[in-house]
Design a protein around this ligand. Structure first.
Ligand code: CP3
Length: 347
């Protein structure tokens, strides 16, 4: 059987709804916490056996329709030689924030000395992953990377990055071009090694206006996907004001956060497959409420050419993995008749 995710990315409705979860690998799984103990986040990504094993854990446990390569959006920075760590409970932290012309000039060349551990990890996953499941590669979009690079650590409103694009557009252009180049390389390595499709994460793009997105963000996201073969998914949060612009980056599917109903999203990006948008908070609301919410999501999803079920953002770390396994079984059990029901009558 051909991968239902790839069918949906080709704008065809598969017989069974495809489902996977952003951050399906990771802290919600006890087998992950056990394996990772004593190894830093980025070091575990760079260990091919470990990265392959962690990638497979949620596939075995939940029967999701895709494996997402276990890595991080900061890995291309590390591979290019930038000093970066993921601090537990904090997130990405850089040795030196990039804020001035000098800082950008001192960045290493946007190139990888050695990416063989990425290739090897993907080959190991490919050897184990059943043919009907898709292997998704990914990278961070330049804005989300710049949001960390300029601040040097996670920030709430990405004020320094948003100020830089206006105060020094030339430095912004150089920084965004650098970030686009390393993410582009990272995507190409993954596709060459066997990833079936890729997702571009622009998690923090929603902190800019539509106008700013068009001028200072979109061109660099386009650059990130240049020459990347295979289907593309593009995801961000709080991006309802410019979902249509995000689609212009050149994608097969748009990931929708939990704030915009899929029937509304479908009107903004006609003809594009949608992915999402179960509210992660509903994972904690009990089975009846979760099923009702999931059913509403998949019914609204019929407004799009095809729908890949996912959460509206990543799996929260204290999620009960049993709830995810059960949710996958529920989504897989849905029949076309249950999806066709008019959602208007259900509120
Ligand atoms: O299962 C998967 O989705 C694949 C692996 C994956 C990770 N990060 C592993 C990870 C993917 C696709 C990412 C992408 C990523 N990394 C994004 C975009 C997606 C999103 O969530 O919006 C971003 C913004 C990052 C940067 C990053 N890395 C953050 C903000 C954090 C969390 C910090 C924290 O402790 O809360 C990380 C660390 C990280 N990346 C973990 C995992 C499993 C947690 C590490 C741990 O076990 O402590």
């Amino acid at each position: 059987m051909k991968s239902t995710i790839l069918q949906a990315l080709a704008r065809r409705r598969p017989e069974r709804l495809p489902v996977w979860f952003m951050r399906q690998a990771g802290r919600s799984l006890p087998e992950y916490r056990e394996l990772r103990a004593g190894t830093s986040m980025l070091d575990s990504c760079l260990n091919p056996e470990m990265a392959a094993e962690i990638t497979m854990q949620p596939v075995r446990r939940h029967d999701v329709d895709a494996a997402i390569f276990f890595s991080d959006i900061m890995i291309p920075l590390r591979l290019a030689g930038v000093g970066v760590e993921i601090q537990p409970g904090v997130g990405p932290v850089l040795d030196d924030p990039i804020r001035t012309r000098d800082d950008v000039a001192k960045l290493p060349a946007p190139d990888f000395a050695d990416a063989s551990m990425i290739t090897r990890a993907i080959e190991l996953i490919r050897a184990e992953l059943p043919d009907h499941k898709a292997l998704l590669g990914f990278a961070g979009a330049p804005f989300t990377l710049a949001a960390y690079m300029v601040e040097g650590r996670p920030s709430k409103d990405h004020l320094r990055a948003r100020a830089l694009m206006h105060s020094d557009p030339l430095v912004w252009d150089q920084l965004m071009t650098w970030a686009a180049t390393v993410s582009n390389l990272f995507l190409k390595v993954q596709v060459a090694a066997g990833a079936d499709a890729v997702q571009l994460f622009d998690s923090w793009a929603g902190s800019v206006s539509r106008e700013t997105y068009a001028k200072h963000v979109l061109p660099y996201s386009k650059l990130t996907l240049e020459g990347v073969t295979g289907p593309r998914i593009h995801f961000g949060t709080n991006t309802a004001p410019f979902l249509d612009l995000m689609a212009q980056v050149g994608v097969d599917a748009i990931g929708v956060d939990y704030r915009t109903p899929l029937d509304e999203a479908a009107k903004m990006v006609p003809g594009v497959t949608l992915q999402g948008n179960i509210d992660p908070a509903m994972l904690f609301a009990g089975q009846a409420a979760l099923h009702e919410h999931a059913l509403d999501v998949v019914r609204r999803g019929t407004s799009a050419p095809a729908h890949i079920v996912n959460l509206g953002h990543g799996v929260p770390k204290d999620t009960d993995p049993g709830v995810l396994t059960e949710l996958v079984a529920f989504i897989h059990s849905l029949t076309p008749g249950q999806l066709d029901a008019e959602h208007e009558g259900d509120n």
